[in-house]
Structure formats: structure tokens, C-alpha cells
Design a protein around this ligand. Structure first.
Ligand code: FAD
Length: 294
């Protein structure tokens, strides 16, 4: 690959997008404008998140169903087991299967108070690995799970975290999607560890275009992702310059994708935050072009 800032327009990268369910009419419009814009890029799948403890249960379902009914996209529904009994989770899964949804992103989720230690529901799935096993007993869904290149904060160490990921795969997941990270080496190191554990499913890097550095700091602190000093420096004194921040965000994300691509990565999962412009720019720079009508 060329060493310039751009990849050649090779279009052999696979992309997928993550959206979250909107909770106002305005956000609904933003989401659907974005979905319309991004649909032409022909992503492998698009996923829709599930709010903590089921707080978006109806909205996630409605969004996934609308994607299925009104677009050519293949939707994946996120589902967490925190705060739900097995029968509640199973009923959601049965409904998705009946609707024609075939891909679930299976997650444990977090307690409503993020500082509280995780306690499984007494009649619920214990964790994501247990949930994956349960999903496969309901129907033959395609299942994605979460992976953590910088280790999940609840994990005592890397080895326990990798064991947990392996359990999720052995129970039936066919790919993992990573938590956001900002250094390509972090991902490549993680991939090596996965290979040494014979975890051989695709591990899609989760690409987060950073627009708002301050809110990122709060969020990443909770999920254990390190924010490099150079990134802090890049966003310094730009609080009142959203357009400049947006350009920088695209450059950072593109640079990360370019390094990943150069290292052989062909699948990219982009956290769109329901906005199309940055995501479109990243895909374009990866050499991805809208499919042409014939
Ligand atoms: P698990 O894989 O069950 O476990 C998390 C960690 O706990 C493990 O890494 C492991 O270290 C430890 N652990 C679990 N079981 C054991 C055990 N038996 N022994 C030792 N250690 C153990 N959250 C939402 O609320 N909604 C979403 O839609 C959502 N989407 C996400 C999408 C992606 C791609 C990612 C990366 C995260 C997402 N999350 C979402 C966040 C996720 O719910 C949290 O990170 C949560 O804390 C862990 O969920 P998990 O599925 O990774 O849990």
C-alpha cells in the first residue's frame, strides 16, 4: 500500500457501522438521514445498540425492524443480559427471529450505577458467554461479541480476559468487535494474543471518530481505553471550533485505519454516533465508494 495519507481506492475493505436508537424526533431524523447516506456504501452489516438494562428495548427493536423493512442493509441487534431474567431475554430473541433478524451482538452490559460491581440477575444469564450459549439454544443466530484490546476493567488480567473471549467464541460467537482504541499497535498486540489462544474468528477493530474530546475522556475512563497524550494535545484550545475538531477527528481516524489496513486488516467497524459525514469520509479514504446502480 502507498505510504501516503490515503489508501488506494481498492475497495477491498469491509465496513460495518454501529448506530444507537434515537430518543427524540430530531435524533430520529438525524439517524435516518445518516442511514440513507451510509447505505450506499454497502456495509456488511449495521448494528443498533441496546441501552443499559433494557432502557431502549422498544427503540432498539423498532430501529432494527425499520432497517430490515425499509433498507437493503443487514441489521444486527445488540442485546445485554444485565437486569433481565432468561425468559425476558429469550422472548426478545424469539421476536427478533420471527421478524427475520439473524444477527445478535451479545453483551453482558453494566449495572445502572457504573461504579457498582456487576451482579447477574438471579434468574438471568450470568455473563456474555452464558448469553451466547442461550442464544444458540433459541435459534441459529449469527453472533458477535465484545473484545477489549486494553482489557476489560472487570478483568483481573489479560489472560482471564482472553479466556473469557475464548469462552464466548467456543459457545458459538462468530466474530468479535473491539472496544475503541487509538493506537494501531494496541490492536495488533491484542490480535497476537488472540492467535496464541487459537481465537481464530474475525476481530473487527472498533473505530471511534473522536469529535468531543472532553466527553471522550469521561467515557473512556469508565471502559479502560487509554487516550494518548498526542490526542489530548491535538484537541487543545478547540472547544469553540467544532468544524476544526471534526477535520481533526477524520484525520486521526483515517490515520488509524490506514495503519491497520497496512498491517493487513480488511474489516472495520465504525462507531458512527449516528452521524454520516465523518464515517463517510473515513470510508472514502479507505478506498470505499458507493455501489453503482447498473
Ligand atoms: P463479558 O464478556 O461477560 O465480561 C466482561 C468482563 O468481565 C470480561 O472481559 C471478563 O474479564 C470479566 N468476566 C466475565 N465473566 C467472568 C468469569 N466467569 N471469570 C472471570 N472474569 C469474568 N453495552 C450496552 O449496555 N449496550 C450495548 O449495546 C453495548 N454494545 C457494545 C458493543 C461493543 C462492540 C463493545 C466492545 C461494548 C458494548 N457495550 C454495550 C459495553 C459492554 O456491555 C460492557 O463493556 C460490559 O461491561 C461488558 O460486557 P461484555 O459483553 O464484554 O461482558
Amino acid at each position: 500500500m502507498a505510504s501516503s495519507l490515503f489508501t488506494d481506492p481498492v475497495s477491498d475493505a469491509n465496513i460495518s457501522f454501529e448506530f444507537f436508537p434515537p430518543n427524540t424526533e430530531k435524533m430520529e431524523k438525524t439517524l435516518w438521514d445518516s442511514i440513507t447516506q451510509l447505505e450506499s456504501l454497502n456495509p456488511k452489516f449495521v448494528s443498533v445498540t441496546y441501552g443499559a438494562g433494557g432502557s431502549t428495548r422498544e427503540r432498539t427493536h423498532k430501529t432494527v425492524k425499520r432497517i430490515l423493512d425499509e433498507t437493503t442493509l443487514s441489521p444486527a441487534a445488540h442485546l445485554t443480559c444485565v437486569g433481565h431474567s432468561k425468559s425476558e431475554v429469550n422472548a426478545i430473541l424469539e421476536q427478533y427471529w420471527e421478524d427475520g433478524v439473524r444477527h445478535i451482538v451479545a453483551l453482558r452490559g453494566d449495572m445502572p450505577d457504573m461504579n457498582q460491581d456487576y451482579i447477574p440477575h438471579p434468574q438471568g444469564y450470568q455473563n456474555a458467554a452464558d448469553l451466547v450459549k442461550g442464544i444458540k439454544q433459541i435459534a441459529d443466530f449469527d453472533i458477535s461479541v465484545a473484545a477489549y484490546p486494553e482489557i476489560h476493567p472487570d478483568s483481573p488480567n489479560l489472560s482471564a480476559d482472553l479466556d473469557n473471549l475464548k469462552r464466548k467464541i467456543d459457545n458459538g460467537a462468530s466474530r468479535a468487535i473491539t472496544q475503541a482504541f487509538f493506537e494501531a499497535d494496541t490492536y495488533f498486540r491484542f490480535l497476537d494474543h488472540c492467535q496464541s489462544m487459537s481465537i481464530d474468528v474475525p476481530i473487527l477493530p472498533g473505530i471511534l471518530p473522536v469529535m468531543n474530546y472532553k466527553s471522550l475522556m469521561r467515557f473512556m475512563d469508565l471502559c479502560g481505553t487509554k487516550i494518548p497524550k498526542w490526542m489530548q494535545d491535538l484537541f487543545e484550545d478547540l472547544d469553540d471550533r467544532p468544524q476544526t475538531r471534526s477535520m481533526i477527528a477524520a484525520t486521526i481516524a483515517n490515520e488509524l485505519c490506514r495503519k491497520l489496513y497496512a498491517g493487513g486488516v480488511k474489516d472495520f467497524h465504525i462507531y458512527t454516533l449516528n452521524r454520516s459525514e465523518l464515517t463517510y469520509a473515513i470510508c472514502h479514504m479507505l478506498g470505499h465508494r458507493p455501489k453503482k446502480e447498473v
